[in-house]
Design a protein around this ligand. Sequence first.
Ligand code: MSK
Length: 631
Amino acid sequence: MVLEKGKNDHPTASERAAEMKPCPTGRGGACCSTCALGPCRLTGGWAAGVCGANLNTVAAREFARMVAAGAAAHSDHGRELAVILRELALGRAGDYRISDVDKLRRVAGLLGLEADGEVVEIALRVAEAVLSEYGRQEGTSAYLRRAPRQRRNVWIRTGITPRGIDREVVETLHRTVMGNDQHAEHLLDQALRTALASGWGGSMLTTDLTDILFGTPRPRLTFAGLGVLEEKQVNILVHGHEPLLAEMIVAAALDPELLSRARSLGADGINVAGICCTANELLARRGIPSAGSFPDQEPALATGTVEMMVVDVQCVFQSLAALAEKFHTIFVTTSPKAKIQGAIHREFHPNRALDLAKELVGGACDNFANRRDVRCPAEKRRLVAGYSHEFIETQTFGTWDMFGGTFQASLRHLNDSIIEGHIVGVAAVVGCESVRHPRGGPDGSVWPVVGELIRRNILVIVTGCAAISCGKNGHLDPKTLREACPDLAEFCAGAGIAPVLHLGSCVDNSRILTLLSGMVEAGGLGTDISDLPVAAACPEWVSEKALEIATYCAASGFSVFCGTPDPLAAAPGVTGIMAGKWPERFGGQLVFCDPAEIAGRMVAVIEAKRSSLGISLKGKPKPRTQESSVP
Ligand code: MSK
């Protein structure tokens, strides 16, 4: 649904994108604006800027800065959770509780800490250790020990082992100031190091701390699409990435007093729904429906059904403030790191989060009577969301062991399924949905990639807005998936999973790293992540965070194909390093290409890995699903 321009006098991002063409110089990485000698446009015969920096340096420098920004965003998100965990342990975090004590103990062990004793003591140890990880000046990031030994050796050999998260982000900013690091490959190495500090550090810690506080996800049936907004209920949309306040809003929406207040004002109830990755966090843990992904934030308000939109950090359009005014929506910012002009700012503090949540929910109820111009869309699709790597390991493939009598959780059965050819490989399709995607239609470029992969019996993991894209278009519904890939769906039904697994939010791409490490550990598919028949794609990247994710995936040993635009198009020397030298050094590559090519290139990579492992399926009969092994 798009806003009608004449009617509401406020175009959406899709409409603005259609009218505002991107700067062609900056888009391909040929613009340098790091100092006042420029901005230098390296076009029209100019091969270097005023300072002499050449195209490869300029493009690599900008790319490294984008990766650092993405790493900072993901990791700073985790810092907030660590602070809450510490405050909780000290009795200063109001209504927050530890939901997964087992995971807390496991994380303590992974950090090399004492995992026995009082829960609050362990929580304090974990929180303080995590916070000190951020500022680690020397040595290596503690969570790197979760990677296979071979992988860690690759990082040592190539000199990209990260230290603390803050240290790497700061060093990237230092290296990229005018007149400093001016060697494209050297700059890219720092981008890789910074991305690793997030993927195997800040992001992975964020995922773990979120699970500890709010529970480790397990699959849930819920809905996605603008139709989750209820015509007769008070609708509250939560948007952004950090679920700290959103979790409290979900709790407040169940408060009997607030429910009766809503009813006394003419509503049938209170409905909380999400947008972007706050939505993914709540989908995965609570089954709270998602109204949509990144491009849906404005159309959601344009339904006229949203009493309040509460945002935290990242991926929030400034245009929402003006749009909210056109309707009756109260638009509220809550993070000390993200104020938006025109919004009401109600700052989040952990020790009074539930009070703030109740105040906001009450305000939304009071606003119900102010609705005007309601156009409630009907579209919503059923979906299953909320797989965690723990669930995949212990509840699906792992449970097969119960039938074999070992009672041991393991990914060995997943590996065996791959070796036998029931599953051809594993693919991750991640990242954003863009209003500039080059393919028309509601499915954009995400589903064409996912659909083609599952048709070829490749198990697909989705996260972020790519996951919501699949969900709102019906592609996370087991019923429709059975039609899209009958063979794989039948096999997956036996294994207790879906052919397309919603693995969470942007930071939860770290779950992919954990899953792949578990597969290496389970044996049978080589000794490093780079041996696995695995590939990744980010068909509609928008945020710098998506580039950071793609970079840590490549550094972790697998190939990543990003859709257009290619931010390095003007610098073939840089793309040559990523597609030529990175595979030799790290076993992974980062390639920007037409989204229409992505699925085919991923399949080619997966088949090549199978050949290297001696398990090529070429010329072999299709394996039969073993009904006896189906639980
Ligand atoms: S929200 S970073 S548009 S995935 Fe995580 Fe979506 Fe991309 Fe934001």
